[in-house]
Write a protein that binds this ligand. Structure first.
Ligand SMILES: Nc1ncnc2c1ncn2[C@@H]1O[C@H](COP(=O)(O)OP(=O)(O)OP(=O)(O)O)[C@@H](O)[C@H]1O
Ligand SMILES: [Mg+2]
Length: 316
């Protein structure tokens, strides 16, 4: 997969922090009472937030600071007394690679973003923002590639002629968020190269992405197999993880057992399986608690001249 790595590396250098950061910053004031913090963090599902006075960043306050405050007796006190004033920030015009490095080096979950000229807080960047930003831009990039060249190879026509199936296989490691989406991206490139229509490709890539993220989040890892046959793309995601106790319930939009730290990264909306369902013409999930899960999705290829079906979208 050397090509995709290069693409992502290139993007990490090209994209600026302000292009992927979260702009609606939730912040508190130095005068905000510590006792209000729990509710603010809980309601917004965040583990820390910038402290701002007149648009200027004066500190950061985290859930750890809050716990420490409780531990010390929880006396009435303003955020100003418990916050970290020595804040590490990043400028909005820095390349993404700087944010990646800083987050990694400092072991922080988030960095406040300030405008270089005014010193004002303009956003916050998390690892989740970075991953989502990269995926979004990869998508745009491939769209452009699709437009540039209808010069896809004829390999797929050969497959059709042979009535043979092409099999692709991707191993996914559990917990490896740094490679989240990597298999789906590779699949997408491969399908496009095979000359498979963009709509079918997109559906398969979205379904693969969601299946892949579930392997990463909920299992020790697993395997995604894709079979391309004339007229159909069949996707199989298998793991021997914890299994799903109630598949019907797991299929409900919004149902999620993702822990808070996963939600921090921007996942856990409970939309993965529903999204796969939208993309697929047929979906089957077999799961045994304690044994593992097998998800099979079939995507029928768009026929020439057929109007595009209303498609599920890549979440970003
Ligand atoms: N491979 C799996 N192994 C075990 N449990 C799973 C697996 N895939 C899904 N689940 C369970 O099904 C639930 C719903 O999955 P779904 O993908 O719809 O949402 P999510 O992953 O929690 O959030 P999102 O996909 O929106 O980030 C999960 O929260 C989890 O409990
Ligand atoms: Mg999911």
């Amino acid at each position: 997969m050397p090509e995709e790595v290069t693409k992502i590396q290139e993007m990490i250098y090209e994209l600026l922090v302000r292009e992927v950061m979260t702009k609606e910053v939730i912040s508190v004031m130095p005068s905000t009472p510590m006792s209000d913090l729990r509710e603010i963090l809980r309601a917004k599902r965040i583990s820390g937030t910038p402290v701002v006075e007149d648009g200027r960043l004066v500190g950061m306050i985290s859930i750890e600071d809050f716990i420490k405050w409780l531990f010390d007796g929880g006396q009435a006190s303003p955020v100003a007394d418990r916050m970290t004033s020595d804040v590490r920030t990043i400028y909005d015009d820095e390349p993404l690679v700087q944010a990646v490095n800083k987050l990694e080096r400092l072991g922080f979950g988030r960095l406040p973003v300030v405008a270089r000229d005014t010193g004002r807080l303009v956003g916050v960047i998390t690892k989740g923002d970075i991953i989502r930003g990269l995926l979004r831009h990869l998508e745009v990039d491939y769209r452009n590639a699709e437009m540039r060249g209808a010069r896809s190879s004829h390999i797929f026509e050969d497959i059709q002629a042979d009535r043979a199936a092409l099999k692709l296989e991707y191993q996914v490691r559990g917990g490896d968020f740094s490679r989240g989406g990597a298999s789906a991206v590779r699949l997408k490139t491969t399908l496009l190269r095979l000359g498979i229509d963009p709509q079918t490709t997109r559906r398969a890539a979205v379904a693969a992405y969601e299946a892949e993220m579930n392997l990463i989040v909920f299992t020790e890892g697993g395997c995604i197999r894709v079979e391309v046959e004339p007229g159909i793309v069949r996707l199989l995601a298998e793991d021997d993880g914890p299994g799903i106790p109630d598949v019907e319930r797991a299929m409900q939009p919004g149902f999620s057992t993702a822990p808070d730290w996963v939600r921090e990264l921007g996942f856990g909306a409970g939309m993965g399986l529903p999204n796969i369902k939208k993309c697929a013409d047929r979906l089957r999930i077999d799961s045994v608690v304690g044994r593992g899960t097998r998800l099979e999705a079939e995507i029928l290829m768009e026929r020439q001249g057929e109007p595009e079906r209303d498609s599920a979208q890549t979440r970003a």
